[in-house]
Design a protein. Structure first.
Length: 228
C-alpha cells in the first residue's frame, strides 16, 4: 500500500498531464500496479508502429514515382524539387517513427515485470522519447497531406480546382485541430483521478508560478533592451 502511494506521489508531483502520466497513475490507482498501464502503452505503440510502417512503405514507393507536369519550366522544376523533398522527409520521419515505436515497445516489455519504482521512474524519465512516437506520426501525416495538395498543381486541371481542394483540406485540418483541442485537451482538465491528487495540484501551481515568473523576467529583459 505504501509503495503504491509512493509511486502515485512521484507521478503526481511530476505535474505532467500527458497520457503517459495518466495511464500510469490510473493503473496504480485502480489496480495497485503499473503493469496494466504499461500494457496499454504497449498496445498504443504497437498500433502506432503499424501506422508508421504503412506510411514508410507508402512514401518509399512514392519516391520512385516521376512527377510529370506542364507549364513554366523553372516553376515546375522548383515544384518537383519541393515535392521530392517533402516525400523524402515524410519517408524518413515515418521510418524514424517505426524504429522509435519498436524501441519503445521493447523497453516497455522489458520493464513490465520489474520493480514498481523502476517502472514508474523509468517511464517518466523517457516519456519525451516515448511521446516522440506520436509526434512523428502526426508529422508524417501532415507532410503527406501537404504533398498531396502540391501534387494537384502538377496535373492538367484548373488552378481554381486546385485552390478549392486546398481550401477544403485546410478547412478539414482546422476542424481536426479544433476537435483535438476540445476532446483531448479542454475536456481532459477535470474529472480525472490524477487531477484530484493534492500533490498534482501543488505541482501544477508551482509550474504556473514558474511560468509567470519566467514571462515576467522575459518582459523585464525586453524593456531593458528597449531602454538601453
Amino acid at each position: 500500500m505504501m509503495l503504491r502511494l509512493r509511486q502515485k506521489k512521484i507521478i503526481a508531483s511530476d505535474g505532467g498531464t500527458e497520457f503517459i502520466n495518466i495511464c500510469l497513475y490510473n493503473s496504480l490507482h485502480l489496480n495497485s500496479s503499473a503493469s496494466a498501464g504499461i500494457s496499454r502503452l504497449n498496445d498504443i505503440y504497437a498500433n502506432l508502429m503499424g501506422l508508421h510502417g504503412f506510411m514508410a512503405g507508402f512514401q518509399y514507393i512514392a519516391l520512385d514515382e516521376e512527377v510529370v507536369s506542364e507549364g513554366d519550366e523553372k516553376n515546375q522544376v522548383t515544384l518537383k524539387n519541393i515535392i521530392f523533398i517533402l516525400r523524402y522527409s515524410g519517408f524518413m520521419i515515418s521510418l524514424l517513427g517505426t524504429i522509435l515505436c519498436l524501441i519503445i515497445q521493447e523497453y516497455l516489455k522489458t520493464i513490465e515485470d520489474e520493480d514498481m519504482l523502476a517502472q514508474v521512474r523509468g517511464i517518466l524519465k523517457y516519456r519525451r522519447l516515448i511521446k516522440l512516437g506520436d509526434i512523428t506520426a502526426i508529422g508524417a501525416v501532415a507532410i503527406l497531406t501537404i504533398t498531396s495538395n502540391l501534387l494537384l498543381y502538377t496535373k492538367d486541371i484548373s488552378t481554381t480546382i486546385c485552390i478549392v481542394f486546398n481550401a477544403i483540406t485546410a478547412f478539414g485540418a482546422l476542424l481536426f485541430l479544433r476537435a483535438f483541442y476540445v476532446v483531448l485537451l479542454r475536456r481532459q482538465t477535470t474529472g480525472r483521478h490524477i487531477y484530484m491528487d493534492p500533490d498534482f495540484q501543488e505541482a501544477q501551481n508551482e509550474l504556473k508560478k514558474k511560468s509567470f515568473f519566467s514571462s515576467f523576467l522575459e518582459n523585464m529583459n525586453i524593456r531593458k533592451s528597449f531602454l538601453y
